[in-house]
Design a protein around this ligand. Structure first.
Ligand SMILES: *Cc1c(COP(=O)(O)O)cnc(C)c1O
Length: 383
């Protein structure tokens, strides 16, 4: 089976984890902050707050922006459920903005139309969570401009996009957002096994996210309600969680950072080769703007003939090609239907779902493997 994605672990990664296991700290040691600093420097953000997953980081980011019951969050229907669930953890309501046909990302034109209606109805979102699908950045300038007009905060779900660029900036620089979230799950661009990180340029948001990932506890005397009882003293200021990343995870992530650029370059080379190899097949390949450099977490094709979608998918799996589908529209999940969402609510995301197939793409993939994917796809399409 050629999987749709796979981690790339070398001896230096293994050694880094073993070194931590022999050291004094398995958690809350020196490696976590080094990993945070390495990612922050790479993407040109002031701070990074590591967590045990991107899902935890999304939750804490919403909390740090004071999201609560009665508030509203908008995200893309074409994403993993975690992009919406983070709002529900805070008791907030969720709605969606349909995607753009070219980028598969949240459409800024539809966002503006929906904001106009919401303003009249007095029900504007507190936070908008654009998702950089496949590692290809949303149109952040347009979304940021609307945030200024309509007064919402922006959390980028950049789970797919570490190593990608928007205009001349690294995704995660937060030039057009309050917080950006990376995932280090093994199928993503770099891995810490499980893990995530929240990037921000706002030191107060970063401090608060650090507290929230560790029970809401502080040891900073300036934040305490009264002078410390003694050197052992700490205070819990608000309700937080244990969302910390271990030192083994941080060591793996830090070591992987050294290969971030080669990983993304390898993904690009393979994606461009796919563009050429798939040119004559009856599938749509991802289009991209010259000024957005995708991290190419995923390479998604769309079959022209909707009626053939399932049979092509099944034929690929039967031929040992581990294809997948990103994503089932979130609003059609049974849990979200309980809030009244139904088929037809977000037609572009639903049309995309009826055609999309993620075909294998990862740095260690060879041209031979890629050729066999294309041959299997060609066979499935002409069967
Ligand atoms: C993977 C992913 C997440 C969740 O990441 P975890 O690190 O597994 O919690 C959230 N959003 C998107 C778009 C993802 O692809």
């Amino acid at each position: 089976m050629i999987p749709y994605g796979r981690q790339d672990i070398d001896q230096s990664d293994i050694n880094a984890v073993i070194d931590v296991l022999k050291s004094d700290f398995l958690t809350q040691g020196p490696v976590g902050p080094r990993f945070e600093q390495a990612v922050a420097e790479k993407v040109d953000a002031a701070r990074g707050v590591s967590m045990n997953s991107a899902t935890s980081a999304l939750h804490v980011a919403c909390m740090a922006l004071d999201l609560g019951p009665g508030d509203l969050v908008w995200t893309s229907p074409n994403t993993f459920v975690a992009s919406a669930n983070c709002a529900r953890y805070c008791g907030a309501d969720v709605d969606f903005v349909d995607i753009d046909r070219q980028s598969f990302n949240m459409c800024p034109v539809k966002l503006e139309e929906k904001l106009k209606v919401a303003k009249t109805a007095g029900r504007l979102p507190k936070i908008v969570i654009p998702v950089h699908l496949c590692g290809y950045s949303c149109d952040m300038q347009a979304i940021h401009q609307l945030a200024g007009t309509y007064g919402f905060k922006i959390i980028e779900d950049a789970s797919h996009a570490v190593g990608g660029k928007y205009l001349d900036m690294m995704v995660g620089s937060c030039a057009y957002s309050d917080i950006a979230i990376f995932s280090f799950h093994p199928v993503k661009i770099i891995t810490s096994a499980e893990g995530g990180m929240a990037m921000t340029n706002d030191p107060q948001l970063a401090d608060r996210m650090e507290r929230l990932r560790s029970h809401g506890i502080t040891r900073d005397p300036d934040l305490m309600t009264h002078a410390a009882d003694g050197p052992w003293y700490y205070q819990q200021l608000e309700l937080g969680y244990n969302y910390r990343m271990t030192e083994m995870q941080a060591a793996l992530g830090l070591q992987q950072m050294a290969r971030l650029d080669p990983f993304v370059a390898a993904r690009h080379a393979l994606a461009e080769r796919y563009d050429t190899l798939l040119g004559d097949l009856s599938v749509r390949v991802p289009k991209r703007r010259a000024d957005i450099y995708s991290a190419f977490h995923l390479y998604v094709i769309q079959v022209e003939d909707v009626a053939r979608h399932r049979s092509v998918f099944e034929a690929l799996r039967e031929n040992g090609i581990g294809v997948n589908l990103h994503y089932i529209p979130v609003h059609l999940q049974p849990y979200y239907r309980t809030f009244g969402f139904a088929e037809g609510d977000f037609p572009v995301a639903e049309d995309y779902y009826s055609r999309a197939i993620s075909i294998p793409l990862y740095p260690a993939m060879t041209h031979e493997m890629q050729d066999s994917v294309v041959a299997a796809l060609s066979g499935a399409l002409s069967a």
